[in-house]
Design a protein around this ligand. Structure first.
Ligand code: ADE
Length: 230
């Protein structure tokens, strides 16, 4: 067991899919995996291991925001020898080039978080995706947008003009976790990718329904599994 994950060594697969919502982790395990077993219920942050097309794979909730994701990603890399984590989440579109339900595959992630500023003592680190996972996800989803995510510490932005400035410099969408995931994968010498579907549009104010979110979430999970195991 690690501090926040109640699994024995060997119960977690080398590839982990990581949604923010633990109930999504359960849904992925029940609808996309075979022989899925729950390995952790600590704090309600469910983790499951099953198989996809005969390959072992785990699904672990991360919670919302970089500090929460960092706890689970760190423990998966450091205590369970996980080799790759693919975040499957939602994002808010920052440009009219994106529509609701579009897929964004993050080649890199900028951030307003102080986590890396503290780690690098003010130097700017550039968190990027694993190239092989990025290439394979882009091949599995030729309709997806590939580019920058903005990982914000605030869902309710107090300085929206700063997010807009990131958009002027290429950020496609805002979410809350990718930057920490990419940084931790680099620190541990492992692989990571973030794939997000557009759940809301910051420019137009549109939002998806719960039913639309479930459908597009399923498509994204198949892209992630194909990139990680296909
Ligand atoms: N995840 C989904 N939509 C988001 C938004 N508008 N801001 C931050 N994270 C999000």
């Amino acid at each position: 067991m690690s501090t926040h994950i109640g699994a024995e060594h060997g119960q977690i697969a080398p590839l982990v899919l990581m949604p923010g919502d633990p109930l999504r982790a359960r849904w992925i395990a029940e609808t996309h995996l075979e022989d899925a077993r729950c390995y952790s219920e600590v704090r309600g942050m469910y983790g499951y291991t099953g198989t996809w097309r005969g390959h072992p794979v785990s699904v672990q909730g991360s919670g919302m925001g970089q500090p929460s994701l960092a706890i689970y990603a760190h423990e998966l890399f450091a205590s369970y020898d996980v080799q790759a984590i693919i975040r499957v989440g939602s994002c808010g579109a920052l440009t009219e080039r994106l529509a609701l339900r579009d897929l964004v595959i993050a080649s890199g992630a900028c951030t307003d978080s102080s986590m890396n500023r503290i780690t690098f003592e003010g130097l700017d680190y550039a968190p990027v995706a694993d190239f092989g996972l990025l290439r394979d996800a882009a091949a599995a989803a030729p309709h997806a947008h590939v580019g920058l995510l903005m990982s914000s510490d605030s869902f309710y932005a107090t300085r929206p003009e700063l997010t807009a400035r990131m958009a002027e410099h290429g950020a496609l969408a805002v979410e809350m976790e990718a930057s920490a995931l990419y940084t931790l994968a680099a620190r541990h010498g492992r692989r990571a990718l973030a794939i997000c579907t557009v759940s809301d549009h910051i420019v137009t104010g549109e939002e998806t329904t719960a039913q639309e979110r479930e459908q597009t979430f399923g498509e994204m999970v198949e892209v992630a599994l194909t990139a990680g195991l296909g």
